[in-house]
Design a protein around this ligand. Structure first.
Ligand code: ADP
Length: 394
């Protein structure tokens, strides 16, 4: 049996999934879960493929437990009996820079190159790489594969990669990269199965989770996206501001005496739905709240999605399809409905009954634009890449 694991290591959480593969069929999910609150009081929860609770553990006094300690626990067989059989691990790595357009087997040279990209994604990249190094120490023979969130956008048209700043800065890497690429790649792959005609056309995919972005796809390839140099750009998110006049940053620094760390904290952790509502970063909580502030935050979220979608529709020269994915996109009928109403001028006519039941296709037959829900699965995409690379390396 070949077992592979997908890991997505962040600053305070590690998401994981375990698959078995026979080399022919799609990898079969064995378990999926996460360790959260690392550095405070870690908590591990894992479910099997059917959603049954498989393993649950808390470390109330675990403030000093490191990612290394917790990764060791993940692979010792407690979480799933097959975890100790894992022959390869795929990692979500947020930044592949200009050099890495595809997943890559991990070696010293790769890690050195990825270390140099840490300043471009300081909140994510160091944790992604720390998990790879931790596993290296724990299991030096284990094959590891880095899968990049930027890779899907690597071949965007040059215009879509440029900021209007001096060329020399672009050449130094200050350009638009785009993120959520593993999610978009999975959705493109799935769309080719469920709706090949749409997959070959012009589609906007809306990845709406805590992090949120849009991708303009033509024939399954990214031609534009709302995130740019960092995962801060574009849509309003759970706690991130999204697109913001850069003059605001200058004002905060120069007129309001905030230092760079305070501005970073404000824009990444205290803005978005949380900042506008003053209540929560969680869309479900805001919907249940009903206050004018919560209502305005939801409305602004939908307005911003529609506004950015208009821009991407222009990059595509019109759209044939609109696809919702991730936590809000897959589950929140009201937000989908508001977005589609705002995009009605582009031809999105929603079937409210289909929408209310999270149906795979939520547009009316008469709609000029086909609107679909495609649940994303970044972990499966990582597992597929990992299997394909270790197959090639064997
Ligand atoms: P992450 O970017 O952390 O992976 P998710 O894709 O899980 O985030 O999305 C989290 C968002 O999805 C939250 O705002 C949450 O309220 C929303 N969400 C998740 N499930 C539901 C649901 N069943 N109904 C409405 N909203 C949901």
């Amino acid at each position: 049996m070949t077992a592979v694991a997908s890991l997505n290591a962040g600053s305070s959480s590690i998401k994981f999934a375990l698959y078995t593969a026979d080399g022919v069929a799609e990898p079969a999910l064995l378990s999926r879960g996460k360790i959260e609150k690392i550095g405070i009081a870690p908590r591990l929860v894992a479910h099997d493929a059917g959603g049954e609770l498989l393993h649950e553990r808390e470390w109330p006094d675990g403030r000093d437990l490191t990612h290394d300690d917790l990764l060791e626990d993940l692979f010792n067989g407690d979480v799933h009996p097959d975890a100790s059989q894992v022959s390869a691990v795929g990692h979500r790595v947020v930044h592949g820079g200009i050099a890495f357009a595809a997943p890559h087997l991990v070696d010293e040279t790769l890690l050195d190159a990825l270390d140099r990209l840490c300043p471009l994604a300081p909140l994510h990249q160091p944790h992604n790489l720390a998990a790879i190094r931790a596993l290296w120490r724990l299991a030096p023979k284990l094959k590891q594969v880095a899968c990049f969130d930027t890779a899907f956008h690597h071949d965007m048209p040059t215009l879509a990669t440029r900021f209007a700043i001096p060329r020399a800065l672009h050449d130094q890497g200050i350009r638009r990269y785009g993120f959520h690429g593993l999610s978009y790649e999975y959705v493109a792959r799935r769309l080719a199965e469920v709706d090949p005609v749409l997959a070959s056309g012009r589609t906007i995919v809306a990845h709406l989770g805590n992090g949120a972005s849009l991708c303009a796809m033509h024939g399954g390839k990214s031609v534009d996206t709302t995130m740019g140099f960092t995962a801060l750009d574009g849509l309003m998110m759970g706690t991130r501001c999204g697109n913001l006049d850069p003059g605001v940053v200058l004002h905060l620094l120069m007129q309001m005496d905030m230092d760079a760390a305070a501005v970073e904290d404000l824009l990444y952790h205290r803005s978005g739905l949380l900042g506008v509502s003053g209540i929560s970063s969680d869309m479900r909580t805001l919907s249940a709240d009903g206050s004018p502030e919560a209502e305005e935050a939801i409305d602004l979220f939908a307005w911003r999605v529609a506004r950015e979608a208009g821009a991407l529709a222009s990059s595509l020269g019109g759209i044939d399809g609109f696809v919702f994915t991730a936590g809000i996109g897959e589950n929140h009928a009201e937000v989908r409905s508001r977005i589609c109403q705002r995009l009605a001028w582009l031809g999105t006519e929603i079937d409210e009954i289909a929408n209310a039941s999270d149906a795979p296709r939520i547009s009316l037959p008469s709609s000029a634009v086909t609107v679909r829900i495609v649940p994303t699965d970044e972990e499966l995409m990582i597992a597929l890449h990992t299997l394909s690379l270790i197959g090639e390396a064997a």
